[in-house]
Design a protein around this ligand. Structure first.
Ligand code: NAI
Length: 485
């Protein structure tokens, strides 16, 4: 006899496991199906392991570059033991995945291990080494995520041609690495591999890094620092093919109409991710899928089949874990009959490069496209913040964009230390419809990086204390110390 549930969640990443826990909290008999490890890509082969590696690389960089000036003497060589680092990193992932397992069990969610295939709109078959079982349910939540895109001529084998998963599992630092794609993943991995000692070449098809993915001034800071630290950036460079001779690889790419070649030990391909909508027989049961491969959903994340919901990477951009988790709570509450829709004003985005880039709300171009032609824009530099100076991390700034008449905050773009943590204040401010004065008049603790938020709001109003500003003339206008940032 098949097991029957109220809610079955397919996929246990940050979308799926959150949906399952919230469903169980709301009193539903819930199961979650997972073919690999609980926690999905994010916890096991994505966000968490990459942050572990980035953290280790940052620590190494501080030891090698800042310690002497701080008066810390390192006796002997500082070296990277990649095998030990992999063990440590795996320990971090296992702890997180184990924690999610406990949370699911503690909430009485049944974890079904295996590969799921939809049979009908209310039943699903799960295959595992133990056999095949069929489960039935009133509601499904599809949270089956995305996978890296492959490009012709560069099939992932995780030995020579790596996806992000392979790059995060290296037992040795490659001497040389060619990274195809200068987006989120390519740059996060390039940053830490370079710090561990690899010679890194980034091939980016566009004219710059992270095109359209962040505020252009923030990107400039990162681009400059990457170049200065020795990462080789090749723009307008389209990877074509590679050849292997012995252990060495040679990548051919096209740049400015000419073919160029680079020898390398490893190739990392990070040209985007695609939704897993061609799997699990989603099309077979008639689920509507758009031309980019995303499952079509409405503002409650309901699909074209009313008892099936879809969340996370499979349900559209932005493909970010925190958006998936937000949707996980949302669909459980919608199933429970609560009056909820997806109405977030902003989904923050963080790129964990050096320094970090974080943003919430609109860029200046987006503000204008959305009808705000008269803007106040200013930056406050980390170089004028005591905590940042004491950390020896002064690259970057907080940039605020507000409507010139109402002073309502429209966008915050941070490049600098702990940008990832600082951005949450901006998210709250934007969600609450805050004005510049709300941030400027809130007392921020000293000495903290958080003061840069208060001072950026003051700078946008034209009167930050710790930078010299020109007197404010007409309302549009850019203020703050761009030059120092
Ligand atoms: P991406 O979309 O961020 O960047 C891909 C880059 O590859 C683009 O700049 C594109 O111009 C370039 N490209 C495409 N084809 C090329 C070719 N043949 N030769 C050279 N360059 C080429 O993709 P990525 O880095 O794989 O990340 C995928 C997604 O994963 C992101 O969009 C993001 O949603 C998510 N992610 C989020 C993270 C975070 O929140 N910190 C971290 C990692 C990934």
């Amino acid at each position: 006899m098949s097991q029957s549930y109220d809610v079955i969640v397919v996929g246990s990443g940050p979308g799926g496991y959150v949906a399952a826990i919230r469903s169980a909290q709301l009193g539903f008999k819930t199961a979650v199906i997972e073919r690999e490890k609980v926690g999905g890509v994010c916890l096991n082969v994505g966000c968490i392991p990459s942050k572990a590696m980035i953290g280790a690389a940052h620590f190494l960089h501080k030891l090698e570059h800042d310690s002497k000036e701080m008066g810390i003497k390192v006796k002997g060589d500082v070296d990277v033991d990649m095998e030990q680092m992999q063990k440590w990193k795996q320990g971090v992932c296992d702890k997180m995945s184990g924690g999610v397992n406990q949370l699911l069990k503690g909430n009485k969610v049944t974890i079904v291990q295996g590969d799921a295939t939809f049979k009908t709109t209310t039943s699903i078959e799960v295959k595992s080494s133990k056999g095949t079982e069929t489960l039935t349910t009133k509601y499904f939540v599809v949270a089956t995520g995305s996978r890296p895109i492959e490009i012709p001529g560069f099939k992932f084998d995780e030995k020579d041609v790596l996806s992000s998963t392979g790059a995060l599992a290296q037992d040795e630092v490659p001497k040389k690495m060619v990274v195809i794609g200068g987006g989120y993943i390519g740059l996060e991995i390039s940053s830490f591999m370079q710090k561990f000692g690899a010679e890194v070449h980034v091939l980016e098809a566009q004219d710059g890094l992270l095109t359209g993915m962040a505020d252009p001034e923030c990107i400039q800071v990162v681009q400059r620092k990457l170049k200065k630290s020795g990462v080789n950036l090749h723009f307008g460079a389209k990877a074509k093919s590679f050849k292997k001779s012995g252990k060495s690889l040679e990548v051919t790419f096209e740049k400015g109409g000419k073919e160029e070649k680079i020898k390398t030990d490893k190739i990392l391909v990070t040209v985007g991710r695609k939704p897993n909508s061609d799997q699990a027989n989603l099309k077979g049961i008639g689920l509507a899928i758009d031309e980019r491969g995303f499952v079509k959903v409405n503002e409650q994340r309901r699909t074209s089949i009313p008892n099936i919901f879809a969340i996370g990477d499979i349900a559209g951009q932005p493909m970010l874990a925190h958006k998936a988790s937000h949707e996980g709570v949302l669909v459980a509450e919608v199933i429970a009959g609560k009056n909820r829709v997806y109405d977030a004003k902003t989904v923050p985005a963080v790129i964990f490069v050096d320094p970090e880039i974080a943003s919430a709300g609109w860029t200046e171009a987006e503000c204008k496209a959305n009808g705000h032609s008269d803007l106040k824009v200013a930056k406050f530099p980390f170089g004028a913040n005591g905590k940042a100076v004491s950390m020896m991390e002064t690259d970057g700034f907080v940039k605020m964009i507000a409507d010139a008449k109402t002073h309502v905050l429209l966008g915050v773009h941070i490049v600098g230390p702990e940008a990832s943590n600082l951005i949450s204040e901006a998210v709250l401010a934007i969600e609450m419809g805050a004005r510049l004065e709300d941030i400027a008049l809130s007392i921020h603790p000293h000495p903290t990086l958080g003061e840069t938020m208060m001072e950026a709001a003051e700078a946008t109003l034209g009167h930050a204390i710790h930078i010299i500003q020109k007197p404010l003339g007409s309302a549009t206008k850019r203020n703050g110390s761009g030059a120092r940032a």
